[in-house]
Design a protein. Structure first.
Length: 259
């Protein structure tokens, strides 16, 4: 992972103030002097920030833009959240707190539980694409982060892992999901920006490729590439890529476990 720090990193703000805000232990926010915004809360600030980031990514997220979305001045906003670094931690903890966590049945196999964790995290990244651009090195220790961690560790019950291996196994699963989500989001962005689907792009470029590509020189690439394109119906199938990677992750964990 990237090193800590930077404008789009977790854990880059004031630790004490961030923890106060995460657990909502701060003193009551000052009342507005005038106007209709006396009910402004930290939650409202976070929701406005999430709307901006979900719609335009982290580049669209500035304190000024959040203030404009809420109809207040930037100086007013800073009385609720001291800066963008703390706001990013609040946003991360909030989406973690709100994400779907279906209960695990007592007899549910560990593969099904880990698959549920992977599916939920993939859905979270696709719903909030900015997550793949946020450098999560020092995750904020808020209620969302802790609830997510507690829940997901439970997915590995019965696999026979010690505590350190259980933590490492979770990191392994989440890293695979994040990598796949980034590739899927990149593919979506390319299609959106080019205004061409994979099939349309291939139809447009195949005649040129046929003139310059020598299948006899690259026989393996030619054969495998053609088979994959036919199987995927294009250049890339995110559903297949996700399912294949998750199956290999589960196979690896099965070999690691003792039960």
């Amino acid at each position: 992972m990237a090193t800590a720090g930077g404008k789009n990193s977790s854990g880059a703000g004031d630790p004490a103030r961030t923890l106060e805000l995460l657990w909502r232990a701060e003193a009551p926010a000052p009342a507005a002097r005038r106007g209709p915004r006396q009910g402004l809360t930290v939650d409202a600030v976070v929701d406005a920030a999430l709307d901006l980031a979900d719609g335009g990514g982290l580049d669209a997220l500035t304190m000024r833009a959040v203030a404009q979305r809420l109809g207040v001045t930037p100086m007013t906003l800073y009385t609720y959240v001291p800066g963008k670094s703390e706001l990013l931690d609040l946003m991360l903890d909030t989406v973690f707190l709100r994400m779907d966590r279906p209960p695990f049945g007592p007899a549910e196999p560990w593969r099904a539980r880990v698959t549920a964790v992977a599916d939920a995290n993939r859905a979270l990244h696709l719903r909030h694409p900015w997550l793949v651009d946020l450098r999560i090195v020092r995750a904020p220790l808020g209620p969302g982060v802790m609830a997510k961690y507690e829940y997901e560790l439970g997915a590995f019950e019965g696999l026979g892992l010690d505590d350190v291996a259980r933590d490492s196994a979770l990191t392994f699963v989440l890293g695979s999901v994040q990598s796949g989500a980034r590739a899927e989001l990149d593919a979506r962005a390319v299609e959106r920006e080019s205004a061409l689907s994979d099939g349309e792009w291939w139809d447009a470029h195949e005649p040129l490729l046929a003139r310059v590509f020598d299948a006899r020189r690259f026989p393996l690439a030619s054969r495998v590439g053609e088979a994959a394109a036919l199987a995927y119906g294009g250049l890339y199938d995110p559903e297949h890529a996700y399912a294949f990677a998750l199956a290999r992750v589960l196979d690896g964990l099965a070999a690691l476990g003792t039960d």
